[in-house]
Design a protein around this ligand. Structure first.
Ligand code: SAM
Ligand code: SF4
Length: 347
């Protein structure tokens, strides 16, 4: 693969890995390649979103440059997300370029989280470029409910996209946000659907990111409750796998499939956090749940030739990675809302 942007670290010396003040080595970068999306999921965006002007958004070359800087500093896994990563113009060129780090062995995994709307015509190419696994978000199997939660999305292309991904040999995980009063009665069907097709499934608690209209507390469904309910019908055996992330996994005896629970609200997963997040404007967030950030775009645009300046800025940022987040959803103390939307930070 060819690099979009020519500068790579030369010479044999390996830089020290990124280690934060709590001894956690940062090996995982999540990159929001766009804030735009073809859907407007209720828990993620408001209906009348104002998207970023183009000049504020990193070019594909700039995204490549920053991702490659992280790879040079020991990042082993990159997940592209958004907004919807597959609606970013030229995203396949970026993926093709980043795939050189898979070929060189510098990167273990390049993956993405997608709403699936573009997968039907992208899955094969993604697999050909070296993508092995993807996460696809799906909160319901009902076409009307799908239209409702996404505000106008159609489920047909997403289901066709899942078929295409499986046919291309991609390992697919379904991400389902648990929304009170919306899909709490549908988890069994989603589980059968996913596991019946050999896909793992992960349930996600709603997180208080950004004003989305409506009451956040009304959407919040604790997964402890969902799990207790599932256990009245399914046999769930804890699995001792850790992704270094917030998911805890079980094996469902009846299906043989894997089910994950991402519980930022009820389980503190921060102690094993190995990740940082880069937005499409080049803002680096050290924690999904905290506002502290570093403006890497500024460094990149002020000193475009300097790998050293980018490296220093990344190291300084990681040195400030907080111990953990403090999300709260509680009507009595306001919404506990961070004023970023999930599409800005990347889920
Ligand atoms: N558009 C892609 C998608 O939907 O998969 C990628 C970006 S989306 C922000 C990434 C993940 O975040 C999705 O699985 C989505 O369901 C989840 N998400 C969005 N807003 C959320 C919220 N407030 N709480 C929990 N999960 C959320
Ligand atoms: Fe778009 Fe994904 Fe957010 Fe839904 S969750 S609005 S698909 S970015």
């Amino acid at each position: 693969m060819t690099a979009l942007f020519g500068t790579e670290r030369r010479g044999a010396e390996r830089p020290a890995p990124l280690v934060d003040p709590f001894g956690r080595t940062i090996r995982y970068l999540r990159v929001s390649v766009t804030d735009r999306c073809d859907f407007r999921c209720h828990y993620c965006m408001s209906e009348d979103m104002t998207f970023l002007p183009k000049r504020d958004v990193l070019s594909l070359e700039e995204l490549d440059r920053l991702c490659s800087a992280f790879v040079g500093l020991g990042t082993r896994k990159i997940r592209l997300t958004g907004g919807e990563p597959l609606v970013r113009k030229g995203v396949m060129t970026l993926i093709a370029s980043l795939a050189r780090h898979l070929e060189s062995g510098a990167l273990d995994e390049l993956t993405l989280t997608t709403n699936g709307s573009q997968l039907a015509h992208r899955a094969r190419e993604l697999a050909d470029l070296g993508i092995r696994r993807i996460n696809v978000s799906l909160d319901t199997l009902d076409a009307d409910k799908f239209r409702k939660i996404t505000r106008w999305g159609e489920i047909g292309p997403v289901l066709a996209g899942l078929d295409a991904a499986l046919a291309a040999g991609l390992d697919v995980k379904i991400n389902t946000v648990a929304v009170k009063g919306f899909n709490d009665g549908e988890i069994d069907d989603l589980l059968r659907f996913a596991h019946g097709r050999g896909m793992a499934m992960t349930l996600i608690e709603t997180m208080p990111l950004g004003e989305v209209g409506g009451e956040r507390a009304d959407q919040y469904l604790p997964l402890s409750k969902v799990r207790a309910d599932l256990e009245t019908r399914w046999t769930l055996a804890d699995l001792d796998v850790s992704s270094g992330g917030p998911a805890r996994y079980v094996r469902v005896a009846e299906t043989g499939g894997r089910l994950g629970f991402i519980t930022p609200m009820t389980h503190n997963f921060c102690e094993s956090c190995n990740r940082v997040r880069l937005t499409c404007t080049g803002t680096l967030y050290m924690c999904l749940g905290q506002d502290d950030s570093t403006d890497l775009r500024k460094v990149l645009r002020e000193k475009p030739e300097s790998d050293g300046a980018i490296e220093t800025a990344i190291r300084e940022a990681v040195a400030r990675k907080p111990k953990g987040h403090d999300f709260v959803i509680d009507r009595t103390v306001g919404d506990g809302v961070l004023h970023r939307h999930m599409n800005t930070t990347g889920g």
